[in-house]
Design a protein around this ligand. Structure first.
Ligand code: CTP
Length: 423
């Protein structure tokens, strides 16, 4: 229907990017579910304020009022979102405009057409993402492959389109890693050279966000880091980022040494077990450990630049000294109830961070607390005390704490034993 609309206007419409790549990578008998589609429309538009993409998206939205329209990027791009629509499911369609001229051109002129979509595709990151399929006549369904994308899909290579690509947009280094690991492709050797050159040329300064210079870039860096750190292939992806020396894009002090690597893996195992629904955001904990060796002030600035959520900022703000304090205190405690008292005020994420920063003995205590002690309850609760005729008041807490401590230490088990203590 979008193609028909574009055709009626005399415009050319293409499907580009990830959708084409993924369709071409799929076997004929496999069903592909596309939920994120990038379209490019090539056509003149009537005013300097809106591009053909925006005009096309608005027309579609009027016909399908159940989809939401948003316009971004200096009026050149529009997005249509169908949220759990019975006909389309959840579907996100970005419609970009490939030309910036505001005058009509002969739509039938193939040279004008191909130069415009070619330029659009040339601005993209990798050959495998620079493929397009024409959706409007003539020759609808034709694959446009100006840069050898099909060959690279077959050869399983991530190849950049031009030498400056990573300098212009360092987040593409993370994308190269992401596609290579996700698709099980290699990063083509020349492309790897460009990555290393970009890193050596001090790309970090570009991303450093002194005041307002590069907010769009850091937003993208955060998005790409999140993408990688929350994917099920985060381990090989992180290893590849490290091998390419590109963790420096986050900060020049970030290195994935054996200790950090171990901490990230250990924390991830604990998180999988203790927070199976991923309420904490496991990727954040991985990121926090990754940047934990940066000096505190710069670490905090980086976290602010990346707009990490409040919980994460609070954790990052804590000095590593806290970890050794908790460690020392725990080692001094003999009774389970005393260890419990040192731990129960802390949130799960904090405890996991303490654990991976502590020696084995302490780690074992924290694990026991999280998996056993934190689930133990005293045999009597406030209602029981009320029923037993004790007047509610501040004494309740003292009594219940005492009962819990005795239960944790195995000194009482039953309600009868607890009742004797209360008396
Ligand atoms: N793109 C780019 N440079 C970037 C980000 C995106 O050139 N830094 C281009 C690529 O051509 C990409 C398209 O924009 O194909 C859409 O971006 P995105 O949706 O992030 O990537 P997809 O290729 O669709 O990948 P995915 O399947 O992971 O969403």
């Amino acid at each position: 229907m979008i193609a028909k609309e574009a055709e009626d206007q005399g415009w050319h419409l293409y499907i580009v990017g990830g959708a084409v790549r993924d369709l071409l990578l799929t076997n004929n008998n496999q069903k592909v579910s596309l939920q994120d589609i990038d379209l490019v429309v090539d056509g003149f538009h009537r005013s300097a304020d809106v591009g053909a993409g925006v005009e096309l998206a608005s027309t579609i939205q009027k016909k399908y009022p159940n989809c939401r329209l948003s316009v971004h990027g200096e009026f050149q791009t529009a997005a249509l979102l169908w949220h759990k629509d019975p006909e389309f499911g959840s579907l996100w369609i970005d419609i970009a405009t490939s030309r910036t001229e505001f005058y009509p051109y002969p739509a039938a002129n193939p040279e004008v057409e191909s130069s415009s979509i070619r330029q659009d595709l040339y601005r993209r990151d990798f050959t495998i993402n620079a493929l397009a399929v024409r959706l409007t006549p003539p020759r609808e369904g034709e694959l446009l492959d100006f840069f050898g994308g099909l060959l690279d899909l077959k050869g399983k290579e991530v190849r950049v389109l031009h030498a400056n690509s990573f300098i212009e947009d360092p987040t593409r280094i993370y994308r190269a890693v992401r596609f290579a690991v996700r698709l099980n492709f290699d990063i083509e050797p020349q492309t790897e050279t460009y990555i290393r050159y970009a890193i050596e040329s001090g790309i970090y300064d570009k991303l450093k966000l002194k005041n307002h210079v590069t907010p769009a870039l850091t937003t993208r860096l955060k998005a790409e880091s999140k993408y990688i750190l929350e994917a099920n292939y985060w381990k090989p992806a992180l290893q590849l980022l490290s091998d390419l020396d590109s963790l420096k894009c986050l900060h020049n002090q970030v290195i994935l040494d054996d200790k950090i690597w171990w901490q990230i893996r250990c924390a991830s195992r604990w998180l999988r077990y203790l927070d199976p629904d991923n309420n904490i955001g496991h990727w954040l904990i991985r990121l926090e450990i990754l940047i934990s060796k940066i000096n505190p002030q710069e670490r905090k600035q980086l976290a602010l630049n990346l707009h990490l959520p409040k919980d994460s900022l609070e954790r990052i703000d804590k000095d590593n000294i806290i970890y050794s304090e908790i460690q020392e205190l725990l080692l001094k405690c003999n009774k389970i109830s005393d260890k419990y008292k040192q731990l129960y005020r802390n949130k799960l994420a904090d405890l996991i961070l303490v654990a991976v920063n502590s020696k084995k003995e302490v780690r074992r205590i924290i694990w026991q607390y999280l998996t056993q002690w934190s689930k133990i309850q005293a045999p009597l609760n406030g209602n029981d005390l009320k029923r037993m005729g004790y007047k509610p008041g501040p004494q309740y807490k003292l009594v219940l704490d005492r009962l819990l401590a005795l239960t944790l230490d195995g000194e009482i088990k039953t309600q009868q034993e607890a009742a004797i203590i209360v008396k």
